[in-house]
Design a protein around this ligand. Sequence first.
Ligand code: PMP
Length: 377
Amino acid sequence: MPIYLDGHSTTPLAPESMEAMAPWWHAQAGNPHSPHLRGMLASQAVEGARSDIASLVGADPQELVFTSGATEANNIALRGTALAALEAGIDRREIVVSAIEHKSVLASAGSLRSAGFRIIEAPVDVNGVIDIPALERLVSDRTLLVSVMAVNNEVGSIQPLADVIRVSRAARALVHVDAAQAVGKLALDCAEFDLASLSSHKMYGPMGIGALFVSAASQLRPLPVLFGGSQEAGIRPGTLPTPLIVGFGMAAKVSRTRLGADAAHSRNLSVLFLEELRSRQVQFVESVFEQNRVPGSLSLRFPGNDAMSIISRSGDRIAISEGSACTSGQITASYVLLRMGFTQKEASETVRLYFSRYNSEADATEAAVVLSEIVGR
Ligand code: PMP
């Protein structure tokens, strides 16, 4: 199998999660909302996992609402909050988002235009970091919500959330953080936010599960975007998937003990990989300064080489992506790179890689060898 370096789009499942999930598919299966013993056992497992995830992100367990992933959490955060504001008669009609948010934030926000909201995009600099003075000019007493991601999924840039919070609070606006790419990679404390989105499959948990943090202290609770039963405090109806939640909880538990070690490991592999490329005289440009990016994440431009061609020519030996996996396959260049000031050509020459917990030094060296053979000097 090719060496897997596409952890921005999904991380491999932790063996601990796989083991923890196993009994809940069959031997211990039971609907966590059922009144019988098996239901109660499932419910206890769900609540245990909720506590483990809450501990990782500095939340109270009751502040977490399970969803199918960060896409759904982002939809509830944006649409649910806007609808709650309309219902409560709050007359703030502007939502400010960074220009490089994930599509699930940009599209959720965009969908609110027809409900009378104005969506304002805050620019980012060449390093993919939100421009705080610009944000200060855009956030006002008309702003209902400011939504800024913790870490960008294409270039790995870390956003200055303390400044985002300061600016938002000064205008009494709510703050939502899409933390999908940060949880398990950086220490994160949700206590400062009104809302935050988490995704299990970006932190070595299973796909198909995530959570929305809804602060107990927030002035406004989002309305549901799906309708049905009263599960998850009425914010997200539907039967909870016990195995997935148990796997997500175990991933959080493991991440909590390994946060520092994982970050150091990922960083070391990316440094080794870059040294190996340099020693082979490969020409490349890093899209984001080391101090601005999450450990292990690399966005690299190979001048004169088309990213799609690099990916297809290296595909049997390494698995990497161009731009965002969600938009790959399309001919259009990454909007994230374009909004960072890249030309179309520069964006089309850029690939992303992530060195995860499960990559080895041999993987990093081999990846550099493969790329050096493809892109030349
Ligand atoms: N936000 C960010 C920053 C992401 O990277 C992703 C996944 N690419 C999502 C949201 C969507 O997450 P999920 O796959 O859990 O729906």
